[in-house]
Design a protein around this ligand. Structure first.
Ligand code: TXA
Ligand code: MG
Length: 344
């Protein structure tokens, strides 16, 4: 199959891509978080193609992308007032809301669950594609399952060239990590995945927020979890990733004493001079966490190289978007963290 490349700036793109979706094809779509691999979310056969192209486990449900809030009423029932308040405040934007699903949504899309995840992305061309398609777009991150997510059209081309119908190039993704997921189907709102909308922002609207244990700890493969995607190995380059926490100086001392020729260091720009002899790669500035979230997946993709044995990674501390960066990096490291302050 020849993959069609479409620029977000081309005025015909939304119509062309919308038609491919309508006819059951696969289109990679840009969003403010990461690129998605999109298909008609109401068409079982089209959705099946997403799972096949990604090599994604069948029990891992997809997010339905809508072009405006009112559309969720076609796919969800018993919608609490809080969902509308969140949508009003944060949509279009990097927030996904889990709600009770209507029968209009196929089980293939929900992974067999009675709930469905919905989101309105902050990307004009993608909302226009949804409008032109006339159906919600089911879209996981466009990466091959288990690999770092796709934050540029080139990443998508690398993973899927010749295997999907089209790629819409909207440039690099602004946020760079996937959307925040909040589940509103229980008595208390629950954070299933941190992202661009922070726990503090959610609490300011919801008052209450439970942080699901899958956000902060390694989850057993056989465990029953709220967001099935959280239990799988994720975001990881082929080699071992080890997070080294602690002060700049202590971390550098630890890494220098363990570093071998085939290793790499993933650090903050401010730390580059400390690792001159360790093939350092900076993913953003520690002083501006949004550059770290925007740069993380590109960096993890560069480090997905069979010649690399181990990556020593530096992780931002604190709340806000740093919480999402910590979550992705800890998952890439399978929660292997060394506290340099405790090492002699
Ligand atoms: O930013 C994003 O959310 C991107 C862009 C493309 O919109 N999409 C994305 O999709 O990250 P994906 O499939 O890579 O991650 C979706 C996550 C998975 O962990 C999945 O298990 C969870 O959402 N999920 C989907 N539906 C759910 C549901 N009904 N209940 C709980 N978790 C759900
Ligand atoms: Mg994903």
């Amino acid at each position: 199959m020849e993959t069609l490349y479409l620029s977000a700036e081309n005025p015909d793109t939304a119509v062309i891509a919308g038609k491919i979706i309508q006819q059951g094809g696969l289109v990679a779509i840009p969003t403010e978080t990461v690129y998605g691999l999109g298909a008609n979310g109401l068409d079982e056969a089209a959705v099946a193609k997403i799972f096949e192209a990604k090599g994604r486990p069948q029990d891992n449900p997809l997010i339905l992308h809508v072009s405006e809030t009112a559309e969720i009423e076609k796919f969800c029932h018993s919608i609490p007032e809080a969902a509308y308040t969140l949508a009003e405040k944060f949509w279009p934007g990097p927030l996904t809301i889990v709600l009770p699903a209507r029968d209009t949504v196929p089980k293939r899309t929900t992974g067999g669950l009675s709930t469905v995840a919905v989101r309105c992305p902050d990307c004009q061309v993608t909302r226009e594609i949804i409008r032109c398609a006339g159906v919600p777009i089911a879209a996981p991150s466009a990466n091959i399952s288990g690999k770092p997510s796709t934050t540029t059209a080139q990443h998508v081309r690398h993973d899927h060239d010749g295997r999907i119908d089209a790629i819409v190039d909207g440039g690099p993704c602004r946020v760079g990590v996937e959307s925040t997921i909040v589940d509103l189907t229980e008595s208390r709102p629950r954070l299933l995945r941190p992202g661009g909308i922070t726990p503090e922002q959610l609490r300011s609207v919801l008052g209450d927020l439970v942080i699901d244990k899958a956000v902060t700890a390694q989850i057993d493969k056989d465990a029953v979890v709220k967001a099935p995607g959280m239990k799988y190995k994720h975001y990881a380059p082929a080699c071992d990733v080890v997070i080294v926490s602690g002060s700049r100086e202590k971390a550098a001392a630890y890494i220098h004493s363990h570093f071998e020729a085939s290793d790499r260091v993933l650090c903050f720009e401010e730390e580059l001079p400390l690792y001159k002899d360790c093939a350092p790669l900076a993913y953003g500035k520690e002083s501006d966490v949004s550059t770290l979230s925007a740069g993380l997946f590109s960096a993890l993709r560069i480090l997905d190289d069979p010649g690399i044995h181990r990556v020593y990674a530096r992780c931002p501390i604190g709340e806000g978007v740093a919480f999402a960066v910590q979550n992705r990096l800890k998952k890439a490291a399978a929660f292997h963290i060394i506290d340099a302050e405790a090492e002699v």
